[in-house]
Design a protein around this ligand. Structure first.
Ligand code: PGA
Length: 252
């Protein structure tokens, strides 16, 4: 049985004081969950969030990193820097980074390898645009993004990768893929992993859904056969709302 991983992606939101208030309200609400709870916060909140999260069941992640270990890359953060302060997870290749910051399948692959070299758990995002969906090339797009992201990783590393399937047209728009649609796309991704890395790996790899997940649709989505939790943007900014998503399996 694969576990459910529910990750919040705060994007460019939350000052340290707001992060601490969030965590104080959120932690008591989710402390009994068996689901894995991750919060991917801005760099400037990492110290505060890590400090708070010690001795809780909340894991802390970053939202991006460089692939190089160090060097003349003004403004960038290296994987080893994240590891050194206790970060466990890192989002790689979010569609906003692909769209606004020239992230490519090639840089995503380099970052994935760098994450494993530094013992960070990557959450890699893939997803089609509205045009690609309308052109009927969703499966082709997401399987090729998956293949290129994972290229050159060992079976063990692929097993420990989390993939977030996030249809771009569903991010921050209030439009959610139907549970069936999301499940079908995730099956396509899992089949692609099986073709290259075998059934063992495909059965174990966690594949999340992301794109306008909220407490009112989380249960339906996360109970689908192949959806192993979610990557949640807007709805992860409110402690009460995000706790209901984490506790989706307690909803009646
Ligand atoms: P959303 O964002 O939940 O606000 O749609 C999801 C994401 O971009 O990870």
């Amino acid at each position: 049985m694969r576990r459910k991983v529910i990750a919040g992606n705060w994007k460019m939101n939350m000052l340290p004081g707001e992060a601490i208030s969030f965590l104080q309200a959120f932690e008591p609400l989710i402390k009994h969950t068996e689901n894995e709870v991750v919060l991917c916060v801005p760099y400037t909140d990492l110290f505060y969030a890590l400090n708070f999260a010690q001795d809780t069941n909340i894991k802390i992640g970053a939202q991006n990193m460089h692939w190089e270990e160090s060097g003349a890359f003004t403004g960038e953060v290296a994987p080893g820097m994240l590891k050194a302060i206790g970060v466990e997870y890192v989002i790689i290749g979010h569609s906003e980074r692909r769209q606004y910051y020239n992230e490519t399948d090639e840089t995503v692959n380099k970052k994935l390898k760098a994450a494993f070299a530094n013992d960070l758990k990557p959450i890699v995002c893939v997803g089609e645009t509205l045009e690609e969906r309308e052109a009927g090339i969703t499966a082709e797009r997401i399987t090729s993004q998956t293949r290129l992201a994972l290229e050159g990783l060992t079976n063990e590393q692929v097993k420990n990768t989390i993939i977030a399937y996030e249809p771009i047209w569903a991010i921050g728009t209030g439009k959610t893929a139907t549970a069936e649609d999301a499940n079908n796309s995730i099956k396509e991704i899992r089949n692609e992993v099986e073709k290259i890395y075998g059934k063992d790996v495909a059965d174990e790899i966690i594949i999340q859904y992301g794109g306008s997940v909220k407490s009112s649709n989380a249960k339906e989505l996360f109970e689908m056969s192949d959806i192993d939790g979610g990557l949640v943007g807007g709805a992860s900014l409110k402690a009460d709302e995000f706790s209901k998503i984490v506790n989706f399996d307690k909803q009646v």
